[in-house]
Ligand binder design. Structure first.
Ligand code: UD1
Length: 430
C-alpha cells in the first residue's frame, strides 16, 4: 500500500486548482440510471471513488466512457464522462461493491423508479459511527415502494411505478435527500420533501435533473417540490467545485503560513468555514479567479466550532480544523453533531504531539508551540487529510500510512501541495 512522506516546515505559496466535487459527482453519476439517454458530466475528478462507482454502474449495464483531452486542456482539468444507461441488465447491487462505498446504496432510488424493482445490499459497517439507511428507505416507502429486508439486502418494489407523496425527514440527511429527489422525478404526481438537506451538492443534483427534464423547485432550501414526469432525457452538466477540498487547502495554508490562490473555488459554498479561518487569523479574499488564503507571521487564534448541516460548519472539515487548532495560542473546542465517533484522527494527531481531550461529542484542543513528525496511520478520508495538514507544519518527517483513503477523495493531493512548496512525496509500495 502506498505511503506519503512529508517533511514539514515549508510555507505554501502559489496556486492550487480546485477539482470537481466528489460528493456531487457520485449522485450525478447515479442519476444517469434514470434515463436511457446519455448523461455527459464535465469537471469530474480523477478519484478512486469515481472509478469504483463506474464499476458499480457497469454491473447494472451502464456504459461509462471517459472523454479524451481536447486541444488546450491540461491534465489538471477534470474529466468529461459520458454515461449511458440505455439498458439496465441487473437491478441488484451486491454486498462486495456497496460495502466499499456507502453512497453506492443510493442506486436504489433510480433503479426502483425506472425499473420498478431494486435489490441493494445494506452498506454494512463504517469507520465513522453507525450510518443507517432507515431514512432513505422511509423516503422510498412514502413514494409507494414496498420494502423488504432479505438476507442483508434491501428489496424495493413498485411494479406500477412510484407515486408522489410527502416526505418529512426527522433529521437532515444528504443521502436521504438525494434518494428522495431522484425517486420523485419519475413518480406519478407531486412530491414535497420537508427538512431537506440544503448542501450545495443537492442543488447541483437538482440542476442536472432539471436539465434532464425533471420538474424540481426549492432545491437548496429545506422544502423541495417535485412534479413527476414520465421520462427523463440526456443532458450535459458541469460538476461544481469541491468545497471540502477548498476548505482543506485553506486550512493547510493557514497552518503553514504563506499565500495561495485556490483556483476556481466558490466562497459561498463554504462561507462558514472561511469565517472560522478568518477568526483564527487567516486573510481570506475572493476574486473571479477563486479564493485567496494568506497568513503571514501572526499567531493562530483558538476557536469554538460546532459542526452543522449546510450552511453551518461541515463535518467533512472537522478533522482538518482540529489539526489546525493543535498549534493555536490557547484552547479550542470542536463539537461534532453529525456523526458519532468521528474522532479517529485524535489518537494519530496525538502521535505528532497534539494535546486533545475528548468528552462525549466535544474535543478540547490545547494549542502546543510545535508538532513533531512521526509515522501515522490514516483511518478515513477526512481524518487522513487532517494528518497531512498537521504534517505540513510539523518539524521533521511524517510518513502517512494507508493513503488509499486520500485517493478516494483528493485528486493529485501531493502534486498540488508540492507545486506550492511543500516537501511531500508518495512512496510506492515496495
Ligand atoms: C454525505 C456525504 C459525507 C458527509 C455527510 C454529512 C456524500 C457522498 N457523503 O454523507 O461526506 O459527511 O453527507 O454532510 O455526499 N442518518 C440516519 N438515517 C439515514 C441516513 C442518515 O440516521 O437513513 C444520519 C447519519 O447517521 C448521520 C446524519 O443522518 O448522523 C447525516 O448523514 P447523511 O447526511 O445522510 O450523510 P451521507 O449522505 O451518508
Amino acid at each position: 500500500m502506498d505511503r506519503i512522506r512529508i517533511v514539514g516546515g515549508h510555507r505554501l505559496n502559489g496556486s492550487i486548482p480546485i477539482s470537481g466535487a466528489k460528493n456531487a459527482t457520485l449522485p450525478l453519476m447515479i442519476a444517469s440510471l434514470l434515463t436511457d439517454e446519455t448523461l455527459v458530466l464535465e469537471n469530474v475528478p480523477r478519484l478512486a471513488d469515481v472509478a469504483l462507482l463506474q464499476r458499480i454502474l457497469g454491473n447494472h449495464g451502464v456504459d461509462v466512457m471517459i472523454g479524451g483531452k481536447r486541444p488546450g486542456d491540461t491534465e489538471y482539468e477534470g474529466q468529461t464522462v459520458h454515461i449511458s444507461a440505455k439498458r439496465i441488465v441487473d437491478t441488484m447491487a451486491p454486498y462486495e461493491l456497496v460495502a466499499k462505498m456507502r453512497a453506492s446504496f443510493w442506486v436504489i432510488a433510480p433503479l426502483v423508479a425506472r425499473m420498478g424493482e431494486a435489490r441493494v445490499s445494506l452498506p454494512g459497517g463504517c469507520a465513522i459511527g453507525t450510518r443507517p439507511v432507515d431514512l432513505l428507505v422511509m423516503a422510498l416507502q412514502q413514494l409507494g415502494a414496498e420494502i423488504e429486508i432479505d438476507r442483508g439486502y434491501v428489496v424495493a418494489r413498485a411494479p406500477k411505478g412510484l407515486k408522489g407523496g410527502k416526505i418529512v425527514f426527522p433529521k437532515v440527511t444528504v443521502g436521504g435527500t438525494h434518494t428522495a429527489l431522484m425517486a420523485a422525478t419519475l413518480a406519478d404526481g407531486d412530491t414535497v420533501i420537508e427538512n431537506a438537506a440544503c448542501e450545495p451538492e443537492v442543488g447541483d443534483l437538482a440542476d442536472c435533473l432539471n436539465k434532464m427534464g425533471a420538474k424540481i423547485t426549492g432545491a437548496g432550501t429545506p422544502t423541495i417540490n417535485v412534479t413527476g414526469v414520465r421520462r427523463l432525457s440526456g443532458a450535459r452538466h458541469r460538476v461544481l467545485p469541491d468545497r471540502i477540498e477548498t476548505g482543506t487547502y485553506a486550512m493547510a495554508v493557514t497552518m503553514t503560513g504563506g499565500d495561495v490562490l485556490l483556483e476556481g473555488a466558490r466562497p459561498e459554498l463554504l462561507q462558514a468555514a472561511l469565517d472560522v479561518l478568518a477568526e483564527t487569523g487567516a486573510e481570506i479574499s475572493s476574486t473571479n479567479a477563486g479564493v485567496r488564503v494568506a497568513r503571514n507571521g501572526s499567531g493562530l487564534a483558538p476557536v469554538e466550532v460546532t459542526t452543522q448541516p449546510f450552511p453551518g460548519f461541515p463535518t467533512d472539515l472537522q478533522a482538518q480544523l482540529m489539526a489546525l487548532m493543535t498549534l493555536a495560542a490557547g484552547t479550542s473546542r470542536i463539537t461534532e453533531t453529525i456523526f458519532e465517533n468521528r474522532f479517529m484522527h485524535v489518537q494519530e494527531l496525538a502521535r505528532l504531539g497534539a494535546q486533545i481531550r475528548l468528552e462525549g461529542e466535544t474535543a478540547s484542543i490545547e494549542g502546543v508551540p510545535r508538532l513533531n513528525g512521526a509515522p501515522v496511520m490514516a483511518t478515513d478520508l477526512r481524518a487522513s487529510v487532517s494528518l497531512v495538514i498537521a504534517a505540513l507544519a510539523a518539524e521533521g518527517e511524517t510518513v502517512v500510512n494507508r493513503v488509499y483513503h486520500l485517493d478516494r477523495g483528493f485528486e493529485r493531493l501531493e502534486g498540488k501541495l508540492a507545486a506550492c512548496g511543500a516537501e511531500i512525496e508518495r512512496l510506492a509500495h515496495a
